[in-house]
Design a protein around this ligand. Structure first.
Ligand code: 13P
Length: 274
């Protein structure tokens, strides 16, 4: 079973001194997942606006990553302000090459300039039938290609209402995050399915409880697991980002809809604690 932080005064609110020291050693991120949106021209403009905004920010702020659709990687890559913003993709195939019509390998993404790739997003799990083993194979492919895998986990509304959240997250973390993963090659994003694209954001207490459980599970299973950055995703907006990003076990955000608007996305970047 997933270890869950005991409810109490600290749950979801206060970062104690030990937790603060640990949290400060983990890298913070704000990642934009554009999903299946954008045209060449619009993508270049959006990426340029984000890179310009990020260029003006304070030094101790999060790593910023944009994940456009595969067809727009080439349009976005030159707009990222000489590395101020990193490039990521939304999915990859597990194999490096072969007869896999319509798929893109992690090696191809690396060659296109990506440093990150999202794997196991709930839209892939649900709409493309990807199970934990498939997600793990994709994360391993990302590692093989030298990419950082952003492994997504999250429970459905039915699972939450049935009181199965901890069990589902434990199963997904165990099944999807490859053995040997660590802070250098893996991020984990907690994205409750019921909060994605719905405007219904998880409460700080729900996020804190889930992240503490995921953190404990990673730490128990992997020697470098406790140092893996944990991102929250699901209706993150400028008006809720500061509260979520201040939570002890939240090291960043994976942003969908609000990443399609430069001002909103930059406001979320600005809300990240330094
Ligand atoms: P929204 O921010 O649109 O809810 O999407 C979250 C998400 O799925 C990011 O991967």
């Amino acid at each position: 079973m997933l270890a869950i932080a005991p409810p109490g005064r600290d749950a979801g609110r206060v970062i104690g001194s030990n937790a603060r020291a640990q949290a400060m050693s983990r890298t913070r991120y704000v990642i934009g997942n554009w999903k299946m949106n954008g045209t060449r021209q619009g993508a270049a403009l959006l990426a340029r606006a984000v890179a310009t905004g990020v260029g003006a920010r304070r030094a101790a702020s999060p790593g910023v990553v944009l994940c456009p659709p595969a067809t727009l990687l080439a349009a976005v890559a030159p707009e990222l302000g000489a590395g101020r913003v990193a490039l990521g993709a939304q999915d990859c195939h597990a194999r490096p090459s072969g007869a896999f019509t319509g798929d893109v390998s992690a090696e191809m993404l690396a060659e296109a300039g990506c440093r990150y790739v999202i794997v196991g997003h709930s839209e892939r799990r649900t709409l493309h039938g990807e199970d934990d083993a498939a997600v793990r194979a994709k994360a391993e492919a990302a590692h093989r290609a030298g990419l950082v895998a952003v492994v997504c986990v999250g429970e459905s509304l039915a699972e939450r209402e049935a009181g199965r959240t901890a069990e589902v997250l434990a199963r997904q973390v165990d099944g999807s995050v490859p053995a040997g993963s660590g802070a250098g090659d893996t991020l984990v994003a907690y994205e409750p399915v019921w909060a994605i694209g719905t405007g219904r954001v998880a409460t700080p207490a729900q996020v804190a409880e889930a992240h503490a459980g995921i953190r404990a599970r990673l730490g128990a299973r992997l020697s470098g697991g406790a140092g893996i950055s944990l991102l929250y995703g699901g209706s993150v907006k400028p008006d809720n980002a500061a509260e979520l990003l201040a939570l002890a076990d939240v090291d960043g955000a994976l942003v969908g809809g609000a990443s399609l608007d430069a001002a909103q996305f930059l406001a979320i970047v600005a809300a990240s604690p330094g």
